[in-house]
Ligand binder design. Structure first.
Ligand code: ANZ
Ligand code: ZN
Length: 803
């Protein structure tokens, strides 16, 4: 029998599968559909490393398994190809990003094909393809039509290194999500998307999603819904009203000072002459800090404005301060401070010697603030009520007096959607001096990204597109007069907001997606990718999906029903894999050395799927040896098969049945490592078995291994089965064998043990006798003698009395 040489078989089978199109998903199948999706990669010139491949190995196993289970599986792949790295590379080398991106795609596609992933390549998409981004632009137009895309001029997050504006979601701990540079503020005219309109739906619909709890929680916190009240305070000696947002109207009687955010418009108006200098210096310093720096744990600072507000509940004057711990972009940008029951206010009051009045009993406010709920004290007619009740009653009372009202606040902000960079989708808008902001006509889409010689960001807040007159100068869609195109481009996240739709209908030029296909395929059943997208891609895509639902493009409320995160693959020794550390492992390297099946099996064997685990070369070799042993075992069984006897090794039979169940269950729960461990156990048992191994058992084993190591099994299958193993049906297991124990019982002739046999626990007398008579050794005694009596003690023994 020939030797296992992965290189000799892997490419051959990949070509055969591709030629037979066995992974092509049918849009008209009668089978139940299953949409199994990977987060598509950004095509970086370095190709992908083994960490990226871990998720792809998993979805490939799932897809292959589900196909064998009878599903019509959609398992597509594409390229999220707009974005800064390609553009920055273009600036460095002078080569157009389209060219470098194309190169990167070829490289990665080759890596994927080498691994034998069962993607339906006929559905490949690329977000930078004008036929694709035509529809990204189309969605923008629809949003513009519905008032969800709008222009703002406001101080925005600005990355001085990337020279572009950033969305809130792209600012992580005060730094640019991409390059780590400290984010500053810049005043710019911008496009924003009204994601806040969907805040409640985005929150509510999280409930029904089968997603990791922590991702749901991150989205929940990011949306940050808070119920409370807006309360109006008069400013003494002014007509102005100071409005605050509070979640604790029950503490109204305990407000002993007010705090304005440094940006608050009242600051400069109400500040007294004496306090002016100190206040303006403080404000200036505060404006230079990021929100993060302002709210992080540090000693609170602030200054008195010299002005007073009046607490309407008791007519008391309360001083108005300015402090940076109050943010301008949340609530009303001003608070009533209740030092007895709020930590920050308590600290502030202690530092500046401000009054602390207890209004909720239950704590010792001299020592620390009491932030919990409790019975109200010092609160006139509300004293005695419990906080919960008081919140409602005080709010009602305020509302009746015209001093406030119930409100809901969100942390979520509208999505800053324009970038001042080249390599992105042009925003399909025209600015006309006569008609103002005009949408491009739908029939003129796509607005193609023009070729440019220089990609450098200008840094002034203008996109490089602004310096291309042929692009900029156009006609107004409404009045036909001279007008200018919008030169900002869309952020990197735009194309990935809806790509899962396009896989269902990649070539449709007249609709974003055919309605029938949408109904059949959408939503995605199982989505796998990195957790880093928790509040970026995963929130944005949900938002767009909900919008597309509202305009009738999709028929489901949510795009991704089930989500699972893939854990990182760390470098050898547990350090993060990175180019600069030189410890990046490329999948093709491993494939060259050991074959794709070893790579695939190892990626999933290394540990629990969602955990970060270090690469371990020794373990790769172990997995590789396992495959050699599989090859040896199967080929041995094949060459022995002519002498096959009816004798079965019950232990092995039970094990293979257990294996069918275990591996199936484990795949569904992404416990690939334990599934593989069980296969290894089976192999040990089989190789150690003294009995001959039936081909039927080995066939099952090959099928079970198929989703994990598709090439080696296909080669082996040719000797034992019909057709392609990947087109066979996933085996079913025999429940009886599974749960019953087996026993070995002696077979006696006239009371003397002549043989033994393995039977299922509980096998009935008749069957035990039948089986015993089939034994070659026993036949010898029975052939010339007559059985007078058969004595069976179930599960214990059988004795033939002969004459
Ligand atoms: C009075 C009060 C008493 C408050 C008390 C809390 C406890 P969340 O849950 O995050 O919505 N706040 C309101 N606007 C703010 C701003 N722009 N910057 C900083 N803090 C602000 O928090 C709402 C609470 O945070 C509000 O309720 C307000 O303080 C403060 F015992 O009002 B509270
Ligand atoms: Zn940056």
């Amino acid at each position: 029998m020939k030797k296992y040489v992965p290189r000799n078989i892997e490419e051959k089978w990949q070509e055969k599968w591709e030629k037979d199109r066995i992974y092509k998903a049918s849009d008209t199948s009668k089978k139940p559909k299953y949409y199994c999706l990977d987060m598509f990669p950004y095509p970086s010139g370095d190709g992908l490393h083994v960490g990226h491949f871990k998720g792809y190995c998993a979805t490939d196993v799932i897809s292959r398994y589900l196909r064998m289970k009878g599903f019509n599986v959609l398992h597509p792949m594409g390229w999220d190809a707009f974005g800064l790295p390609a553009e920055n590379y273009a600036i460095k080398t002078g080569v157009h990003p389209q060219i470098t991106t194309q190169k990167a795609i070829s490289k990665i596609k080759k890596q994927m094909q080498m691994a034998g992933f069962s993607y339906d390549w006929s559905r490949e998409i690329n977000t930078t393809d004008p036929d694709y981004y035509k529809w990204t632009q189309w969605i923008f137009l629809k949003m513009f039509e519905k008032g969800l895309a709008y222009e703002v001029e406001a101080p925005i997050n600005w990355c001085p290194s990337c020279k572009t504006g950033l969305a809130n979601e792209e600012v992580v701990a005060g730094r640019c999500e991409r390059c780590g540079t400290k984010v500053t503020k810049k005043n710019l005219r911008q496009w924003a998307l009204r994601i806040t309109k969907y805040a409640d739906l985005l929150l509510e619909d999280l409930k029904d999603l089968d997603w990791p709890q922590f991702i749901k929680l991150m989205q929940e916190n990011w949306i940050g819904r808070s119920e409370g009240a807006e309360v109006d305070f008069k400013v003494k000696n002014y007509k102005d009203i100071l409005q605050v947002f509070t979640t604790r109207p029950d503490t109204l009687f305990g407000a002993t000072f007010m705090v304005l955010a440094p940006e608050h418009e009242l600051v400069s108006k109400i500040v007294t002459h004496e306090q002016k200098k100190e206040v303006s210096e403080y404000v200036k310093k505060a404006l230079e800090m990021s929100d993060l720096e302002r709210t992080e744990e540090k000693v609170k600072t602030g200054v008195f404005t010299g002005a007073y507000a009046v607490n309407s509940v008791n007519g008391k004057d309360i001083p108005i301060w300015v402090a940076d711990y109050v943010l301008s972009n949340y609530g009303t940008g001003a608070i009533m401070a209740v030092p007895a029951h709020d930590g920050r206010d308590w600290e502030f009051a202690k530092k500046y010697n401000l009054a602390i009045i207890e209004v909720i009993s239950g704590g010792e406010i001299e020592k620390e603030p009491y932030v919990g709920e409790g019975k109200l004290v010092n609160s006139d007619q509300f004293s005695g009520l419990h906080s919960k009740e008081a919140i409602a009653k005080v709010t009602d009372w305020l509302q009746k007096k015209g001093l406030g009202k119930k409100t809901v606040n969100y942390k979520l902000r509208d999505w800053l959607f324009s970038r001042q960079r080249y390599w992105g989708e042009p925003i399909p808008i025209v600015h006309c001096p006569e008609c103002g902001v005009q949408a491009v006509d739908e029939k003129d889409l796509p607005i193609k990204l023009p070729e440019v010689k220089k990609y450098e960001p200008t840094g002034t807040g203008e996109s490089p597109l602004a310096s291309i007159p042929e692009f900029v100068n156009t006609k107004c869609p409404k009045c036909d007069g001279p007008a200018k195109r919008e030169t900002n481009t869309m952020p990197q996240w735009a194309g990935s907001c809806w790509y899962y739709l396009r896989y269902c209908d990649t070539k449709n030029n007249s609709r974003i997606i055919d309605q029938e296909k949408e109904k059949y395929w959408i939503p995605v059943d199982w989505y796998v990718g990195g957790a880093e997208h928790a509040v970026l891609h995963l929130l944005y895509a949900r938002f767009w999906h909900k919008f597309l639902f509202d305009i009738g493009v999709v028929s489901s409320k949510e795009p991704f029903l089930k989500l699972r995160n893939v854990g990182l693959v760390l470098g050898e020794g547990g350090i993060k894999m990175s180019k600069s550390r030189g410890n990046v492992i490329a999948p093709d390297e491993i494939i060259e050395k050991y074959g794709a099946d070893t790579l695939r099996l190892y990626e999933l064997f290394m540990g629990p799927f969602d955990q970060s685990i270090a690469w371990d070369s020794k373990s790769v070799e172990g997995v590789n040896r396992f495959l050699y042993r599989v090859w040896d075992l199967v080929t041995k069984v094949i060459s022995d098969k002519k002498q096959e006897t009816s004798k079965t090794d019950l232990k092995l039979e039970r094990l293979i049945n257990q294996l069918i169940k275990k591996v199936g269950d484990d795949i569904e729960e992404m416990k690939f490592n334990t599934a593989i461990a069980k296969m290894m156990e089976f192999l040990n048992e089989a190789q150690g078995s003294k009995h001959e191994i039936p081909v039927s058992v080995i066939k099952l084993f090959v099928q079970i291994l198929a989703p994990f190591a598709p090439h080696i099994v296909e080669e082996l299958w040719q000797e034992i089965g019909k057709g392609l193993v990947h087109q066979t049906t996933w085996p079913t297991y025999d429940k009886k064998i599974l749960i019953e124990d087996v026993v070995v019982i002696p077979v006696q002739i006239n009371g003397r043990v002549r043989d033994q046999m393995t039977i299922n626990f509980g096998t009935n007398e008749e069957e035990i006798a039948k089986k015993a008579k089939e034994s070659e050794r026993i036949k010898k005694y029975l052939s010339n003698n007559k059985i007078i009596k058969t004595i069976v003690v179930p599960n214990k023994l059988i004795n033939f009395v002969i004459k």
